[in-house]
Structure formats: C-alpha cells, structure tokens
Write a protein of this length. Structure first.
Length: 335
C-alpha cells in the first residue's frame, strides 16, 4: 500500500536556549537535526508515502538532509513550502497551517515544547509526531527518526489510526485575545521577556499544568513531584507558590541537572473546562517554558484547561497496527 502526504517542521533554534548556561542541558546542534530528518525521509519512504513537504529554515535542515543522501533517489516526491522565513515560532505556526491546507495526513515536528506549541496553533486536526531535540522537553518524545518516519507514514497512508487528542491550556486575554500552552502556563513577577526561557523559581507565583509527572524535567515537574497528572487523565493541576508556614516544600528537577526547592502554598486539580484567573498585573506568563505574554496593570487573563489540544500519534501503537496491516510484508525478496 502506498499513498499519503507528510509534512516536516524542523526548528533550527531548538536545543540551544539559556538553560544550557544556567543548568546542564545538552546543546542539540543542527547537524544532528539534519541527520534525523534524513532518517525520517527514509522511514517515510519505507512506509510507502508518496509526497513529503518540508518547512524551509535559515540553516537549510531539509535541503542538507536531502544532499546527504548522495546518489540515492527517494521514491517520495520531496518539496519545500513556499513561505517567508523569519526567526521565531511564527515560522512553525505558518508552516503547520500551510501543511494542513496542503492536505498532509501527518506532520513530524522536530523541536521542543515551544516548537510543538507553535505548530499546534496551525495544525488543526492533522496528527502530530512530536520529536524531541533537547533534554528538557515534556510534550515531544525522544524517538529515533527512522521510527518517527515509519509511524507518520503509517498514519498518513491509512494503516493506523493510533491518534489521541492532547489536552491544552487556553490563555484568554482582554478583548478575546487568545494563546495556548500544551504543558504548562507559569505566572511570574517578571515584567520583561529577556532570554525567554524560564528557570528561576523564586519569581514564580503560580503554575497551571495539563500534565505533570515525576519523570519529566521542567516546571511541570514541580507538580509531578507533588500531585502527578498523566497526559491521558481528564484533569489538570493548579499550584500557587510562595513561602508560607503551611506550604508544602518539594524538590523538583526544574532544568537538566538543576534541582530547586519549591514552596507550594496550595494546589488543586482542575476539571476540563475549569479556569484560573491571573492576578492583576503587571505579570508575565511563560507558556511551555518560555516567557511570552505580558499582563499589564488592570488587565485580566484566564487560563482554561481544555481537551481540544492537537492530535498526537501514539508511535508504538501506530507501528503495531501497521505491522498487523502488513507494512513490513514483502511480496518477494528484492533481486
């Protein structure tokens, strides 16, 4: 069986933020992303995909991946989206929208939580295969590119329906302004974006999570060390931080190799559709680990837990279903 179209979004900026300086995170260089995309393409070919569309970027990850194949010709048609290249998450959002409009059956996203969040803004109902390119991510998974390509191809060619819808946080601001987070929204006393990445827990006032588990790294790990919430559970978690006689102190891995004592004054589980209001500003909201939204004095922002996040491919289950439908079967041995 062949057919299907798959999109690839690879963020050249992921895996390099300030957590490599203030903690012990690994630098994930772009040549490794080139290698992953090359293996992705070969996995997509093996899955019988007919066409691949790639987001262009300032480093040329997709083109370098193709060049590295040498004389080997891929069976799928490979082309690049026609779009202006910037230097931020807006590229991934635009690429996801263009891929959706082009009719792809799956998108492979290489990056961190922030890249996946940006793609989620534009992907609609197209399933994502989120591939982690860093050491402190929660939403994307560490998976071999070959396997990620096979899984995306299995879904795009109709051999698997192993897709589930993730939770998200809707950020609702003045006059209907909206944003989203896939893992956590953090309320801080900061009033400037600076390096974007957030790691200093002393300035954090509240954390809202869609998921939080003790085996993860980042600010959602505070919840994971206190009251875990699995990705598939129909609940979230709200925590208010601050030193208080009745507070619960926990030790959490807030960045790679960086443990911080955190004082949680109160916490509660959130039901789907339940919201949390951010205190009057000035405040800064960090979404999925990056400072993004300035809440000015007098403004009101609400954070609402939603079940309507992006669709995500269950990679092991997708390949299990595809195997049962003969994705690895050959009619005869090649000569």
């Amino acid at each position: 069986m062949t057919g299907g179209k798959v999109g690839i979004i690879a963020n050249p900026a992921s895996g390099k933020d300030i957590r490599r300086l203030v903690a012990f995170g690994s630098v994930f260089d772009n040549e490794e992303k080139v290698s992953i995309v090359r293996r992705l393409l070969l996995g997509l070919e093996a899955a019988g995909v007919d066409e691949v569309l790639i987001m262009p970027d300032t480093y040329g990850i997709g083109q370098r991946a193709l060049d590295g194949l040498g004389q080997r010709r891929l069976r799928p048609r490979v082309s690049f989206l026609e779009m202006e290249i910037g230097h931020g998450g807006a590229d991934s959002t635009l690429a996801a929208r263009l891929l959706r409009e082009a009719g792809v059956g799956a998108m492979v996203v290489l990056g961190g939580d922030g890249t996946c969040r940006a793609a989620a803004k534009g992907c609609g109902d197209v399933p994502l295969v989120p591939v982690s390119t860093g050491t402190n991510n929660v939403f994307p998974v560490m998976v071999e590119g070959t396997v990620a390509g096979l899984a995306a191809g299995a879904v795009a060619t109709g051999r698997s329906g192993a897709v589930h819808r993730a939770k998200k946080l809707d950020i609702i601001g003045p006059e209907g302004w909206r944003d989203l987070a896939l893992v956590d929204a953090v309320v801080t006393d900061d009033t400037f974006v600076a390096s974007r990445a957030l790691w200093d827990v002393e300035r954090i006032r509240a954390i809202v999570c869609t998921r939080c588990e003790p085996h993860t790294i980042g600010l959602s790990a505070v919840g994971g060390c206190l009251a875990p919430v699995r990705p598939e559970e129909p609940t979230g978690l709200y925590m208010e931080l601050g030193r208080d006689a009745a507070a619960e102190p926990v030790l959490a891995p807030v960045a790679p190799g960086l443990f911080a004592p955190v004082s949680v004054k109160r916490w509660r589980r959130l039901a789907l559709g339940e919201g949390v209001r951010v205190d009057a500003g000035p405040r800064l909201l960090a979404l999925d680990g990056e400072r993004e939204v300035l809440v000015r004095a007098g403004e009101e922002v609400e954070i609402v837990l939603s079940a309507a996040g992006p669709c995500v491919v269950d990679i092991p289950l997708a390949l299990q279903e595809a195997q049962q439908k003969g994705i690895f079967a050959l009619k005869e041995m090649p000569v």
